[in-house]
Design a protein around this ligand. Sequence first.
Ligand SMILES: Cc1cc2nc3c(=O)[nH]c(=O)nc-3n(C[C@H](O)[C@H](O)[C@H](O)COP(=O)(O)OP(=O)(O)OC[C@H]3O[C@@H](n4cnc5c(N)ncnc54)[C@H](O)[C@@H]3O)c2cc1C
Ligand SMILES: *[C@@H]1O[C@H](CO)[C@@H](O)[C@H](O)[C@H]1NC(C)=O
Ligand SMILES: *[C@@H]1O[C@H](CO)[C@@H](O)[C@H](O)[C@H]1NC(C)=O
Ligand SMILES: *[C@@H]1O[C@H](CO)[C@@H](O)[C@H](O)[C@H]1NC(C)=O
Ligand SMILES: *[C@@H]1O[C@H](CO)[C@@H](O)[C@H](O)[C@H]1NC(C)=O
Length: 755
Amino acid sequence: MRLSTLALGALATLPLALAGEKVVDTKHRPTWCFSACDDTLSPIHFTDKNDSLGYYQSKLASPLYIASVVGCMETYCKDHALVGWDYVLNYAKEQGVEAPAYTSLLKLLPPLSSMEVIDTEVVMHNTSNMYAAPVLPNQVNFDHGRDTEWTWDDEMIMHHAFGWALWLLLGLMVIVGVANRLLTAYVAHKHRNSVDAESAGASSSKATGLTRAYTWYRGNVSTPALLGYRHLQPWGWVSIPTRLQAIAIAFYVILNLIFTLVGYHVFPENMYYSEYPTSFQLWRYVADRTGIMAFYNLPLLWMLAGRNDFLIWLTGWTYQSCNIFHRWAARVAVVQSIIHSAAYTWLERDDPYSELWAQEYWRTGVIATVAMCVLLPLSLKPIRDKVYEVFLILHICLAVVVLVMLWYHVKIFDGSYNPWLYACIGVWAFDRLLRVGRIAVLSFRTLGQQNTVATMTGGPEGLVRMSVNSSVRLHPKPGSYYFLYSPRSIKPWENHPFTLGSWEQTEAGTTLHFLFAPQAGWTRSIQKRIAKVSDGVAPSTSMRVLLEGPYGHDHPVTSYENILLIAGGSGITAILPYVFALQNESGPRHARHVTVVWVVRNAHYAADVLARELAPKHTHGIDIQVHVSREEGATASDVIDELPTDVAAEVESDDGSSSSPQESPVHEKPEGGKERDSDSDGEGHLRIRSGRPVMDTLVGRSVSQLIGAERLAVLGCGPAGMMDDLRRAVSTRYGSGEGQVSGSTIEYFEEAFMW
Ligand SMILES: Cc1cc2nc3c(=O)[nH]c(=O)nc-3n(C[C@H](O)[C@H](O)[C@H](O)COP(=O)(O)OP(=O)(O)OC[C@H]3O[C@@H](n4cnc5c(N)ncnc54)[C@H](O)[C@@H]3O)c2cc1C
Ligand SMILES: *[C@@H]1O[C@H](CO)[C@@H](O)[C@H](O)[C@H]1NC(C)=O
Ligand SMILES: *[C@@H]1O[C@H](CO)[C@@H](O)[C@H](O)[C@H]1NC(C)=O
Ligand SMILES: *[C@@H]1O[C@H](CO)[C@@H](O)[C@H](O)[C@H]1NC(C)=O
Ligand SMILES: *[C@@H]1O[C@H](CO)[C@@H](O)[C@H](O)[C@H]1NC(C)=O
């Protein structure tokens, strides 16, 4: 086992060795020869050794001890003697003590054969064994001394190698992420060619083993939530990852566990711990291992938390997935630091605690561990949901405390552990600088002016529309979101992410339109502000808003032939840019059939968006189905009544409630059943009906419309429950059964308004 872990460790240090870094020594310290002799001769009592001088000084001042060490080195490890003595000379110089050169020592040394050979392990610690002449340890003693040194080195190598292996794992995941991105682009390209070449109607479903495996993978691994249903909806206090995320997390956690459990070489003759039971050795190594691995995990943790981050740029992972990993890396690091602290507390149990606390490294270590432990429960989902701003401020403050305390904690290592902390600070500073940079670029010209009109539609439960003028011309892509700040509020640092819904180019720059549903905090205060300033049907006010962005990724939805865009409530914002991209005549257009399904409860803002962004002139050839869910008592006809006449003329309302609202069905009517299948070509339709749709039916209908090798993209953005229904509806479509399709035929994209 030891060999295999070392091999693993060696493998992990390879990139390091290649990089020529000197963070980890990949071989034994060159001074091992001196140290081995010193280990075995230290406990021996020489008549000229005055122990009250202190540990090192007493040795340097004892010619008998020095001669014995030189004799030992000359006997057992001659080739490594000089470099060992250089180390002693350096040390002596630092202490301001004179020490003789090696050559002069050799001259004084008695013939080796004349020196008494003793068993140091038998006579040590016995003050009645005093030596008045240099002595030699026997071969076994020396071997134990050497093993003591080499084992220490091997353990250090392994601690660091396992840490590097974690970084390697991340590197590997980045490579996989990048490869996956390229592959997806390539497959989409190939697919385009094959669809273009193929006559519509010809079936291409030749189920080879590979495609069957891929279909299984999509249906059982990559798409569903870990336990089948809940993903965006938390389970109690925990959020549930998707299966693919869970596998990656499990891999990372298990690797950390294995790296904490293996690679310890404990032997009773170890001279560092000759006075202690062997469990002491083990716990010392465990303590060091967990402390060092926690240090390696810290930069990972920071890298996974940034908005501006190479990981995100390279791999195309969403901030949400990075955030899930951030939490797991944090949990692992906290557990490691707890083990590290507990083990050291146990190892030092004989020392009075007040003495330990008096030492800076101890004190700061305790504070850092406590701060890390406090961070975990403070980051639980209920706290983030209820008091996000409090969570954020405490999170940042405690993170600073941890970094500062750790800096003092590792000061005893003369800065050799600072690079890990600098990496965290670097990653953090990089993110923060870029944030400021982005704000400056987008908002510099609006300094001291108002650049935003905020409008409210649909009353207190309605929607706020914010139109922000940016200082530069932007060319937004679907999927991008911005953070908005209100710099003139009492909390100018507070910022919230919003998806860009639509935009207009002006002479001076770009006007960005955001739509948001007021929650309890910042969004509510904006809404109140609008209401205070003005009233009427669509009250509005001007204000100054800072923009930071753009962030987010463009999903390749537009390269599919069939597109199903599903939104719930304010989730429509995330859908709109894709609708516009599909309208762009000059861009590539492959879509044959695009359906937008919007489930909305507020009739006023449904009408507002239908009259503007989703107006017929912006939605050529797109099927739009609006489902007015009945939580606020609104019906389809309420929406139709509010529409401008040109839009209302397009409405095809088939639930019979349009003429007389009083008659509208009492129950929520799911779709399907008697409803006739919509035409796939020609004019778009706008249908408005009352009641909620069933996600599975929506997906099923889109799947049944696929022809030949066509593919379907499903993009969803909405409330957690609805999104989880949708995810499950998609993942059950993979397979070879009735109404099921192969793995590459259908793709699910999720835009969540949360992390
Ligand atoms: C990428 C992304 C895009 C979004 N786009 C839109 C959009 O287009 N339209 C829309 O209506 N909503 C959107 N949201 C949600 C929106 O950001 C929150 O509703 C808003 O931040 C709530 O602010 P509040 O102070 O009123 O929240 P609170 O009432 O205090 O909290 C409501 C919820 O919002 C979360 N939240 C609060 N502040 C933040 C923050 N700074 N970052 C992340 N989550 C936060 C809380 O955890 C809580 O779950 C988006 C969220 C994300 C993550
Ligand atoms: C040992 O060192 C101490 C402190 O320097 C000194 O007081 C004492 O006399 C020394 N003892 C002997 C035996 O040299
Ligand atoms: C210490 O060494 C003396 C002399 O060799 C021996 O008599 C004595 O038993 C030893 N004491 C112990 C505790 O081993
Ligand atoms: C935003 O820019 C447009 C075009 O330049 C301008 O008409 C509008 O008044 C600006 N809005 C604000 C709030 O400054
Ligand atoms: C339309 O597509 C073209 C080509 O891809 C692109 O240059 C242009 O910016 C797009 N226009 C809009 C409004 O998105």
